[in-house]
Design a protein around this ligand. Structure first.
Ligand code: ATP
Length: 135
């Protein structure tokens, strides 16, 4: 069994899609092992998106992710990292995510793509330590 960090980003929380995200995670057979609604400190956001520091959209990305509460979850199950990435769909909700995925069904813009899921075992370990240091 594997653990991954899932975030319902501020757009998903604001639009009332927390339940939709959790429901799809559970219907897939994955388990929510920890869950917290929280404001995101700037330092956590910077750390979380460190790999994008040099990107032109980095400033906007930090603004967005700290703009309102997110739901942070530890999601667990066999191949949980890849399984959740499939539920989420591709980063660009129109060009890459297909209908039937969270982003494909509920998002229009790359900047406001609803959810985050760790993209590798290394990222998952790093992100889980950052968001859930005690777990
Ligand atoms: P996440 O890390 O949030 O799960 P991802 O792994 O699918 O997304 P990344 O390429 O790591 O995609 O980008 C991280 C996040 O940065 C995206 O989810 C999106 O919110 C934002 N982002 C990526 N590319 C752009 C862009 N061209 N313009 C604006 N925002 C972007």
């Amino acid at each position: 069994s594997e653990r991954t960090l899932v975030l319902v980003k501020p757009d998903g929380v604001e639009r009332g899609l927390i339940g939709e995200v959790i429901s799809r995670i559970e219907r897939k057979g994955l388990t929510v092992a920890a869950l917290e609604l929280r404001e995101v400190e700037r330092s956590i956001a910077e750390e979380h998106y460190a790999e994008h520091k040099e990107k032109p959209f980095f400033g906007e990305l930090l603004e967005f992710i700290t703009s309102g509460p997110v739901v942070a979850m530890i999601v667990e199950g066999p191949r949980a990292i890849t399984a959740f990435r499939q539920l989420a769909g591709g980063t660009d909700p129109v060009e890459k995510a297909t209908p039937g995925t969270l982003r494909g069904d509920f998002a229009l813009e790359t900047q406001f793509n609803l959810v985050h899921g760790s993209d590798s075992p290394e990222s998952a370990e790093r992100e889980l330590k950052l968001w859930f240091p005690d777990r």
